[in-house]
Design a protein around this ligand. Sequence first.
Ligand SMILES: [Zn+2]
Length: 177
Amino acid sequence: MHRIVASISSLSQHQDTLTHDPARYRPDGCPRCGFGTLWRHGWYYRKACRAPHGGGREPAAVPRFRCATCGATCSRLPACVAPRRWYDWRVQQQALRALAVAGSVRAAARVAGVGRHTVRRWRDWLARRGAVFAFHLASRFPDWARVPDLKTFWRETLVGRSLAEVMTVLDAHLTVP
Ligand SMILES: [Zn+2]
């Protein structure tokens, strides 16, 4: 829920924004109490992506905030870093797109440069949550709903749209991934 800061699509842009426009990361309200002023509360570092060709080599700084009212802390990630995932959205999209188009876990793993068990985990995640995600996306973008079934919906989304942007839209309503 509002963990992802939209439109920060690369780590260099993230570094630049952290330096010159850090207020962009500040949440509008506290995710726990809904009120409060959020103060900057340092940051932590995490690797953006484990893939050899993904992310940066240096860990990315993730800004943290603390609510002045209830004391809850939260952090905000740029759209190029995926919450709770070892790989960034781009790599996940490569794998899931290959899987949607060709249907082979082995091919998807090779294309994205990740293990087959990782591809299977992402496939199962989308199978589990894909309908709820599609429901929210279709109410936001009615044009997207003009497809015969859920399978086509996700193939078109993975082929023609940015998974990072799609997850940023969903992050405003749901916990992603
Ligand atoms: Zn609070």
